[in-house]
Design a protein around this ligand. Structure first.
Ligand code: ADP
Length: 792
């Protein structure tokens, strides 16, 4: 059919081509294949499944006799035996190329459409007997003009939209995509798309009604676009539905996991029931019970997945964990208490006696007020371990709170629960851990309490320690008063100088001095070595006394035994390593072995060297890590005016001591043959090496005076003498502290004579005689005795 022939006849709106008049004879008697919902377009070959018997008959006959059929769509898909009026006016003439028998017994006809036709009346019905037959006329369709740009653009758009729909929604058969892309004839493609389109059949009929391909194209594009939106919407809905499904599945999965974990951890009881059950086993005081019920009620109104819930839960759990009114029965076995203290601590006789005294009092009157003990001494002298033994001796639980560096009041008293991350204070925390309301609580390093803008923990501690106040100790987190009065508090400090005064007033001070070498050896052999071997897990190793002495003298510098303990542990670890690496089993450690295992010596004991220069005197000093010897040098230099210079990093008290000493010497000038104008023509310089080490305290008084006197008189100090004592302006010698450490230092340095105030005699008597074997102590009451005794 060519496009350029003129239209000569019109049937309604339909133009009939010239050829149409030359209707082929079979157009008068066309057997009809009625379609329920398929609209075939000219030129398209399409498989049609044949459901009805009549359809099978018509298709088969047409195929066998090689005659054309009319393919018309029904007005209503549901009509079973359609008559002429049940069909649309427009349809196509088609050839049945083949009828296929499908494996499931149904039949499908491959139908190839030729021209569009309009039915104009009933046919003779001779071609296929009993079948519906019609008389039709062809309806001519006009193709688009060649080079019509608008049509080209339209066509491109149709293709793109179709492909998009195919991609997204699988709304049309997907092999269609291939045809759409590859067929060269736009008309063919448009008709193909129309045939395959998912539109309602009336829309398809409207499409079929378009006689100009371009019109059909426009209408098709409009319908496709609408459909595209719809497909996209559908895809979107599907995606969202899937997402929601995924989310629901995920939530369900997590919930499942959570439930099973929770069940695993707690059993399947719910939290509130569990807390209540726990509370029922406790004898809560009435007030606590009330709060508990109220808070439990709050918990049950919270959503378990919220943070508030866990805050509330933790609080309730703490309430049930606290030992309300629970006290451990006290031991009354005094002999056993003594045994415990003795078995765990060597020496410390006076301290142990003092502690036992306290234990006796407490055992005698169990409901009496516990005193607050404060153990003061250098690190590693056994303060903490004494506290622990004391708890054991009393049959109470032991808990330790380290106060070192603590500067937030809330650490003692807790945060209010409204704070995020609020927690109870350390005191309540240890009471909870102890599980009884009468534990022994060791407050470690009370001298290192800080203080800043976050409050004064010292003040909070006062409340904890004060027996008047701690009956109703109020922790901000717990928010119910807790009775701490049954607990016993022991504090420790390295020095009392930084302990706040009010705290100090409430405590019984027990001083623990450092250990002498001999004591350290005993402690090491009896306690530290066996304990280290047990803890680290080693075969039996014997340490000789020499070995311990070597460690003490060359590898430690301390009053206590902490570094000693560490070094012993280090040696044992090294022994194990040697054994494991096959270098042999060491069973005995002597001083040489110590050197081999620990390597370079860290400290060389300061030795006293005889110095016969006038003006040099040897003093004894106490430091936090033990005693030390100290040299004081004085020189008079000729000068116009009298002047005193003091160097060596001395504190104020020591500088004052130097001025007093000078005054004392001046006042005795005549007695020691010093020219009366000597001091006016000389300036005095006093130096105490080593300049980098700060020194302070009054105990160098007599040493300073001796040094000045020696310089002024030119008489050197006799060798091998050290001294310690405070000096008054009138020349009186006063007693000083730290004697034990000082004597130890003197002995270590090889000094055998020590001058002391006669009131310090009791300190010397406290030292077991065997430790000071070979030393002479010279007790004095005034400076003249010192000078007489020491100067050549
Ligand atoms: P501190 O609290 O005074 O710093 P520790 O109590 O921690 O000291 O003591 C350090 C180590 O030394 C502990 O293992 C302790 O058992 C041990 N120790 C200290 N003094 C003695 C002693 N007299 N007898 C036995 N062991 C001791």
């Amino acid at each position: 059919m060519s496009n350029d022939k003129k239209t000569i006849m019109s049937v309604g709106q339909i133009e009939i081509s010239p050829e149409a008049r030359l209707t082929p004879p079979d157009y008068d008697d066309l057997p009809i294949l009625a379609m329920r919902d398929i609209v075939l377009f000219p030129g398209v070959t399409f498989p049609v499944s044949l459901g009805r018997e009549m359809s099978v008959k018509v298709a088969t006959a047409a195929s066998e006799k090689n005659i054309p059929v009319g393919v018309f769509c029904q007005n209503f898909a549901g009509t079973e035996n359609p008559g002429i009026d049940d069909l649309y006016e427009l349809g196509v003439v088609a050839d049945v190329i083949k009828v296929l028998d499908l494996p499931d017994g149904s039949k499908t006809a491959i139908i190839s459409a030729r021209d569009k036709v309009k039915r104009i009346g009933e046919g003779a019905g001779k071609a296929v007997p009993d079948a519906l037959s019609m008389k039709v006329v062809p309806v001519r369709e006009t193709n688009a003009r060649k080079g019509d740009k608008e049509f080209a653009a339209l066509f491109d758009e149709i293709k793109a939209t179709t492909l998009n729909i195919l991609n997204k929604g699988n709304e049309m058969a997907s092999d269609l995509a291939f045809n759409v892309e590859s067929l060269p004839d736009p008309r063919m493609v448009i008709n193909l798309i129309c045939t395959h389109s998912p539109f309602e059949q009336y829309i398809k009929e409207e499409l079929l009604e378009c006689n100009r391909i371009k019109d059909r194209g426009f209408k098709l594009l409009a319908e496709l676009s609408r459909n595209e939106e719809y497909v996209e919407l559908k895809a979107d809905i599907r995606r969202r539905a899937k997402q929601r499904m995924d989310e629901q599945q995920r939530n369900a999965f997590l919930q499942n996991q959570y439930d099973s974990l929770r069940e695993e951890l707690y059993g399947d009881d719910d939290d509130a029931a569990k807390l209540r059950a726990k509370a029922e086993t406790k004898a809560f005081p009435e007030e606590v019970m009330k709060v508990f019920e109220k808070e439990l009620d709050k918990l049950s109104r919270l959503n378990p997945s919220t943070p508030d819930y866990s805050v509330q839960y933790n609080y309730l759990e703490l309430l049930t964990d606290l030992p309300w009114g629970v006290v451990d029965p006290l031991s009354t076995d005094f002999a056993k208490a003594r045994e415990i203290l003795d078995s765990e601590h060597f020496g410390l006789e006076k301290v142990k006696e003092r502690i036992l005294e306290q234990i006796a009092v407490m055992m005698n009157k169990p409901d009496g007020k516990s005193p607050i003990l404060c153990l003061v001494g250098a690190p590693g002298v056994g303060k903490t371990s004494l506290g622990k033994s004391m708890a054991e001796a009393l049959g109470r639980k032991y808990q330790r709170v380290s106060l070192g560096g603590l500067h937030d009041e809330a650490e003692i008293r807790g945060h209010r629960r409204t704070y995020i991350g609020a927690m109870p204070g350390r005191v309540i925390d240890v009471v909870k851990r102890a599980g009884s309301a009468n534990p022994v609580i060791l407050l470690d390093e009370i001298d290192k309490l800080g203080k800043d803008y976050k409050g004064d923990p010292g003040a909070a501690l006062l409340e904890v320690l004060d027996p008047e106040q701690n009956v109703k100790f109020h922790d901000n987190y717990v928010d119910i008063d807790f009775d701490l009065s049954k607990a016993m508090f022991i504090t420790t400090a390295n020095t009392l100088s930084t302990v706040p005064g009010p705290l100090l007033d409430r405590m019984e001070i027990i001083e623990i001095s450092g250990y002498l070498l001999e004591e350290k050896i005993e402690i090491a052999l009896r306690h530290l070595v066996p304990r280290a071997i047990g803890e680290i897990g080693c075969h039996d190793v014997e340490f000789t006394r020499d070995a311990i002495a070597k460690i003490v003298e060359s590898y430690t510098a301390e009053s206590g035994v902490r570094q000693l303990e560490k070094n012993i542990a280090s040696i044992i670890r090294k022994i194990i390593m040697k054994k494991m690496s096959g270098e042999g089993e060491i069973t005995r450690v002597d001083s040489d072995m110590v050197k081999t295992l620990l390597g370079m010596e860290k400290y060389t004991p300061e030795r006293y060297a005889v110095d016969s220069t006038p003006g040099v005197a040897t003093g004894l000093a106490w430091t936090a890590v033990g005693g030390e010897i100290l040299f004081i040098e004085s020189v008079f230099v000729g000068a116009k005016a009298e002047k005193l210079t003091i160097t060596g990093n001395l504190g104020d008290v020591m500088k004052e001591s130097a001025m007093i000493a000078l005054q004392v010497v001046k006042s005795r000038a005549e007695r020691y043959d010093i020219a009366s104008d000597y001091f006016e023509g000389h300036s005095l310089h006093i130096h105490v090496p080593e300049g980098a080490v700060p020194k302070d305290g009054p105990s160098a008084g007599i040493t300073l005076a001796t040094s000045i006197m020696s310089a002024a008189t030119g008489r050197p100090v006799k060798p091998g003498i050290a001294m310690t004592g405070e000096l008054t302006l009138r020349g009186k010698v006063l007693p000083v502290g730290g004697i034990k450490e000082k004597i130890l230092a003197a002995k270590r340095a090889g000094i055998n004579t020590v001058i002391l105030c006669s009131l310090n005699r009791k300190d010397i008597d406290d030292i077991p005689a065997e430790y000071i074997d070979g030393m002479t102590f010279h007790y004095v009451g005034n400076i003249d005795e010192v000078i007489e005794y020491t100067l050549e």
